[in-house]
Design a protein around this ligand. Structure first.
Ligand code: V47
Length: 358
């Protein structure tokens, strides 16, 4: 590993030069080059190329927002092995928030700009709850950005209501929904799905739902859950597939590489990804997804310190203030540390960036 300026790498290896030319011209990388880059690429080269691309797109700007997560229920009937958040229906520790409670909670943070609403697939909740929740948030907060329900929940809503994906999305949009979060994509590999989350919708279904949302003018995010049993090839295939969809629909807004947390779940015997792997995947995401507007450094899962470093490895979006988030709280056994805007701004300025509140 050597920490050189980007152009110095070109002199050392023509492969680096060819990759950089393609990536910075916003052209796609082929599978073999992407795999070679991930396997053999120098961590600093990846970081410098990713940051150069980030600066080509966003200059010195780094984004964040005043947001809050609402995890309305942790009761879920699909039992994904990596998840430490869910409880089976009837199991001790399960909770469901009423719409009234949620609105009361949101009212405690009047400056809120965005709310992120996700939860488990709870068989006790009727279809109307999901629609009424969005309507209630919209009524009480006319200007807030509502990012709600992953493609997995949208599929569930279609199944419990008997309505098509398109009709569910139209109804949600009419209720006030603005965009869809990126969760539930996990890894687009049938092998990993069968092994870790066999009851979850397939990659094809996740993609179909994201594309349907795009066709209705609803932006969606995308994620990759990495650092568990997936192979390097599966990571590359996942990223290339997302890039291909984005070429077609232009409907993705942000990509969030989610580093696996090996705590309080059925995969706790795994070590979890190293900082080296996390930075490499974040940089690789920026490099391969050179048609995505944003790459998020999700500090809640990464930890604030590594999330700050990720801003030098190609990420441009620091997510937001969050305030409360139950997925990591139930996995790590500790509440999310609140991150006030002034602290986010300081973290961004420290790495030479210009904080921009969205
Ligand atoms: O889909 C579950 C992941 C996701 C673990 O769209 C885990 O802006 C790591 O998608 N280790 C939900 N990850 C969170 C998510 C998200 C977060 C922030 C912003 C956005 C956005 C989306 O969390 C799940 C799953 O892939 N997850 N368990 C775990 N042990």
């Amino acid at each position: 590993m050597q920490n050189l300026v980007l152009e110095e790498y070109f002199k050392k290896d023509n492969f680096y030069k060819k990759v950089a030319e393609k990536v910075l011209n916003l052209e796609p990388l082929d599978f073999d080059s992407a795999l070679k880059l991930y396997r053999e690429g120098d961590l600093f080269f990846l970081g410098k190329l990713a940051k150069r691309l980030k600066e080509k797109i966003h200059g010195k700007k780094y984004y964040y927002t005043l947001n809050r997560h609402i995890n309305y229920t942790n009761i879920c009937n699909i039992n994904c092995k990596f998840c430490g958040f869910h409880k089976r229906p009837g199991e001790k520790g399960g909770y469901t928030l009423s719409i009234k409670e949620i609105i009361k909670t949101l009212k405690t943070t009047p400056s809120l700009k965005e709310v992120h609403v996700v939860g488990g697939l709870n068989p006790e909740l009727p279809y109307e709850y999901y629609i009424d929740l969005i309507k209630a948030i919209r009524e009480n907060f006319p200007h807030i950005h509502i990012r709600a329900y992953t493609c997995v929940e949208i599929d569930w809503l279609s199944r419990i209501s008997g309505k098509s994906i398109k009709d569910v999305l139209i109804e949600l949009k009419e209720a006030g929904l603005n965009s869809i979060p990126g969760g539930g994509a996990e890894v687009f590999s049938e092998r990993v799905r069968k092994e870790l989350y066999p009851a979850k919708i397939s990659a094809e279904r996740w993609i179909e739902i994201a594309k349907t949302a795009h066709s209705l003018g609803i932006k969606t995010n995308a994620t990759l859950l990495f650092g568990h049993i997936e192979t390097e090839e599966e990571i590359i295939n996942h990223l290339l597939k997302l890039r291909e969809i984005q070429e077609e629909t232009k409907g993705f807004y942000c990509f969030i590489p989610l580093a696996f947390i090996p705590e309080n779940n059925e995969l706790s015997y795994l070590p979890g990804p190293s900082a080296h792997q996390i930075l490499k995947v974040i940089a690789l995401s920026r490099i391969i997804l050179n048609n995505f507007p944003h790459i998020k450094s999700y500090w809640v899962f990464l930890g604030i310190k590594l999330a700050q470093v990720a801003l030098l490895w190609g990420a441009d979006h620091f997510h937001g203030t969050v305030i409360e988030e139950k997925i990591s709280e139930l996995m790590k056994g500790e509440p999310v540390i609140k991150l006030p805007p002034a602290q986010i701004q300081r973290l961004i300025r420290e790495i030479g960036g210009e904080p921009v509140e969205l």
